[in-house]
Structures are given as C-alpha cells and as structure tokens.
Design a protein around this ligand. Structure first.
Ligand code: SAH
Length: 238
C-alpha cells in the first residue's frame, strides 16, 4: 500500500471505507447526505453555472453531489482518498448513466497537476475530516480559474453545535453513526472565511442548513450556528 499523504487522516479514511457499500441507501448511514443534496445543489446552481462547466468535487465519497452536478450538464471530476466509496461511485454512475471522472487523489495533488482548470470547485462535508483544512482550501483556490466559484460546507464549533451535531445527531436522534464527527475539528465561519481570504477567495454568501427533528426535514436558513455552506469567488485577473 502507498504511504498516506501528509494531509490525510488514515482513521477518517478507514471510517468511510468501512461504510462504502451503504453510500447509496437513502435510508442508511448516509441518509442525511441524500436528504440535504437537493438543497445544497439548489444553492450551488443558483450561484454558479453548472451546465457546460468544468467542476471538481473534493472528498466526493460515493458521489451523491458529484453525480447530481453531472446530471445537470457539468463535466465533473470527483476525487476522494477512500478507495471503497470511489469504487461504489464508479459502479453507481455506470447504473445511472451519468459521466463523472473519479480519481483517488488529494486536493493538493490535483492542484499541482491541474491548476486553474476548473470553473467550479465543491468541497462539502469534508474539511472537518482533514488534519489541515487551510491546506485543502489553498489547493481548492489553486484549482479554480480566475472568476471561478468555490463552495464549502462544514460544521460550526460552539456549544450549540456540539449539542446538535454530536449529541443530537449521533446519540439522540441517531442520524449519523456515533464517532462520525469530532468536535475539535469543527470550523467556525470566521475561520473558514479567513483561511479562504488568505488564498485570495472572496466571500459571496453563507447560509445555514437546519434539521427539524419533528418533521425530520432539512431546510436552508440564515442561522449558521451548526451546519453551514459558504460561497466564495476567485476574483477575475486584473
Ligand atoms: N462530499 C461528499 C462526501 C462527504 S463525506 C458529500 O457531501 O456528499 C467526507 C469524504 O471526504 C469521505 O468520502 C472521505 O473519504 C473524504 N476525505 C477525507 N479526507 C480526505 C482527504 N484528505 N482527501 C480526499 N478525500 C478525503
């Protein structure tokens, strides 16, 4: 086996590998990703042209978001470091008839090979699983062409997010397997904005992603205390 690259947590990758076969079960461990996908896809397509665009999805897993962007006419590359989810993603696209280029790669490695080659970069629910989020953000910025659009999503770090995203989601409501997330790895919006700004990205908008335990439905809204998405743009070259 190859050595694990620096900015990859082998324990995290093993967690996703172990659950790979469950990825496309809408009632399984990845149910939340299936439920939120239409919402986040809408957020992205309202802010960036997908049809005809070159898109890279960083930490694509089994390809839920990846395929949905390809279905809208984008030319999509999906990268992940976990082999199991990538294998499932490849099988699934063969069945669904979408066309995604899936690669086992880190963002940093792809950025060194294809800098400036993407109109849109998405990196959703991934930053909270890597040792150094700023290094991934820098690679994402490098992958974007000038004027390109960047989308991140992650989980805020505060007492409320500990209660909702870990205690609530993993232990009380059991929306996610216990141990999916570590509180210390959560990222404040101010940190995500600052790290992105240092890479030349400009914040365009942010939005919260909320779960209602009574209706069991997700929705987008202003409050970014727990789960949130951010849209950045790489400015056009002067
Ligand atoms: N972005 C997808 C999947 C999120 S789960 C979605 O939102 O639907 C997080 C994914 O990030 C997992 O598939 C995991 O294998 C991947 N991942 C974790 N660390 C990574 C790294 N350093 N490089 C690439 N992928 C990574």
């Amino acid at each position: 086996m190859n050595a694990t690259p620096n900015n990859v947590d082998a324990t995290e990758i093993a967690k996703f590998d172990a659950l790979a076969s469950r990825w496309w079960d809408p009632a399984g461990e990845f149910r939340p990703l299936h439920k939120i996908n239409p919402l986040r896809l809408d957020y992205i397509r309202q802010r960036a042209t997908l049809s005809g665009s070159r898109v890279v999805d960083i930490g694509c897993g089994g390809g839920i978001l990846t395929e949905s962007m390809a279905a809208l006419g984008a030319s999509v590359t999906g990268i992940d470091m976990a082999e199991g989810p990538l294998a499932v993603a490849r099988l699934h696209q063969a069945e669904s008839g979408t066309n995604v280029e899936y690669l086992q790669s880190t963002a940093e490695d792809l950025a060194s090979k294809r800098p400036g080659q993407f109109d849109v970069v998405t990196c959703l629910e991934m930053l909270e699983h890597v040792p150094s989020p700023p290094a991934v953000i820098a690679a994402c910025a490098e992958l974007l062409r000038p004027g390109g659009n960047m989308f991140f999503s992650t989980i805020n770090r505060n007492p409320k997010s500990f209660l909702f995203a870990i205690i609530g989601a993993e232990y009380v409501l059991r929306l996610l397997p216990a141990g999916t997330h570590e509180y210390e790895k959560f990222i404040r919006p101010s940190e995500l904005e600052r790290w992105s700004r240092h890479c030349g990205l400009q914040l365009k908008s942010s939005i919260g992603l909320h779960y209602n335990p009574l209706t069991r439905e997700y929705s987008l809204g202003e409050n970014i205390d727990v789960n949130y998405l951010m849209h950045f743009q790489r400015p056009d070259d002067a």
